[in-house]
Design a protein around this ligand. Structure first.
Ligand code: RNT
Ligand code: ZN
Length: 420
């Protein structure tokens, strides 16, 4: 650890103040150290991937806005950008890959042909760089994507995507085995309709059948997640894989439901869902994002939504059952900056939650001391948590405060700005 007298002094003072309200800052730092966030590989290149075939544009009702220069254009650039981002984020983290990020070596590999071999170099890269991998099937941005994939009444289309998704599970299993840690595989499909469909049941019945078939193979080293969504762009009137659909599926079949924080009505609390899911589904996968008026995938910042969510995870003592992944894509600013600011904001939310004195609020509540509960909740907001955060950065040998910004600007000048 580097020496930094100012950070150390501020931390000592903060530690004492927290101790006075019953919080052990060392314990909070120890827990935060163990939390791995799954970085989404697709922030580096605007969800483009490395397929040489395909329509070339992003479909499936999702959109990346902006054209800031310097997006990663190939696997080497993407890996280098991710390592740069990771070097400015305290702790050890995971990397979430989409199927379209396979190491295809310039060959056309269609989605129903992909194999674990296409991810062999990723597995090695992950091992070399201390990053465990997670996975996602990719049903958008393909000539067969249309508006319906796994819920398509067209048997040819449906079978194509079943084959794809089953292969993705097999790849995830191989990754999980290789890294000796389960690979978390997320299934998100965009299936839906712009206009009100003639009927809603049939597509959902087809999707259920497709999922049953996909999950009929049991694996030990991967975990399945199903991600719900409110609506996609151009698919506003009906989403086959709605929250009710996947909650029902997950609860009845023991599958993990993914909560993307941008996939709900804007006034809905995602934090409030955590405790209910924990009672009925095995684990939870989070896609931490930031919706602004719609599922806009803004960079995560430390706002009430994210602090509430982190607090729920900690208060439920559910860190071992909640997988925290990121999912946003912003091409209006430096993409690596977007990674680092968003990941650090997520970690700050977790730290804030970990700095609550354990059991004190609950004790007040059970004793009917609601005024004291309120006063402590308010006081926690202005406690010197920033000093604890800076110490976390210092101990992890990453820049504290705003110091990471200079590193990113330098990488932009030396590397990303040269990509034309
Ligand atoms: C889309 C979903 C999905 C994607 C990624 C790229 O609304 O959030 O998770 O963002 O798979
Ligand atoms: Zn998502």
């Amino acid at each position: 650890m580097k020496k930094d007298i100012a950070i150390e002094k501020a931390y000592d003072a903060a530690r004492d103040r927290y101790a006075a309200i019953g919080t052990d800052t060392e314990k909070a730092l120890e827990t935060l150290q163990k939390i791995s966030i799954s970085l989404h590989c697709w922030q580096a290149d605007d969800v483009s991937g490395f397929e040489t075939k395909g329509e070339g544009s992003l479909t499936g009702g999702i959109q990346v806005t902006g054209n800031y220069p310097g997006r990663a254009r190939d696997i080497d650039e993407l890996r280098s950008d991710i390592l740069k981002a990771a070097s400015l984020i305290p702790g050890r983290h995971r990397l979430s890959l989409h199927e379209i990020y396979g190491d295809f070596q310039g060959k056309v590999v269609d989605r129903n042909e992909v194999t674990p071999e296409h991810f062999r170099s990723w597995m090695q890269w992950g091992e070399e760089n201390g990053m465990k991998l997670d996975f996602n099937s990719t049903s958008f941005s393909h000539p067969k994507s249309g508006n319906l994939t796994l819920s398509s009444p067209d048997e040819g289309i449906r079978r194509f995507w079943i084959e794809h998704t089953m292969r993705c599970r097999q790849i995830s299993e191989e990754i999980g085995k290789y890294q000796n840690d389960p690979c978390i595989m997320n299934i998100w499909i965009h299936d839906g309709s712009k206009e009100v469909p003639a009927g809603r049941l049939e597509y959902r019945r087809i999707l259920k059948d497709s999922l049953d078939e996909i999950f009929s193979v049991e694996y030990a080293d991967m975990k399945d997640c199903i991600e719900a969504k409110l609506f996609g762009i151009g698919l506003e009137s009906y989403t086959v894989g709605s929250y009710d659909f996947y909650l029902g599926y997950g609860a009845s079949k023991g599958k993990i439901v993914t909560l993307d924080t941008g996939h709900f009505h804007l006034t809905e609390s995602i934090a409030d869902k955590v405790s209910s899911l924990l009672l009925f589904t095995p684990e939870i996968m989070l896609h931490v994002s930031r919706p602004v008026r719609w599922d806009s995938d803004h960079v995560v910042i430390l706002n009430d939504d994210i602090t509430d969510l982190a607090r729920e995870i900690i208060r439920c003592k559910a860190l071992d059952r909640v997988h925290i992944g990121l999912d946003y894509f912003d091409a209006t600013i430096n993409r690596i900056g977007a990674y680092v600011t968003g990941t650090r904001a997520t970690q700050k939310a977790l730290l804030l939650a970990l700095l609550e004195p354990e059991g004190v609020l609950g004790k007040y509540e059970s004793e009917g001391r609601c005024f004291e509960r309120l006063a402590l909740q308010e006081e926690l907001k202005s406690m010197p948590w920033g000093a604890v955060w800076d110490m976390f950065c210092l101990r992890n040998d990453v820049p504290a405060g705003l110091d990471y910004v200079g590193d990113i600007l330098k990488y932009e000048a030396d590397v990303t700005s040269l990509r034309k």
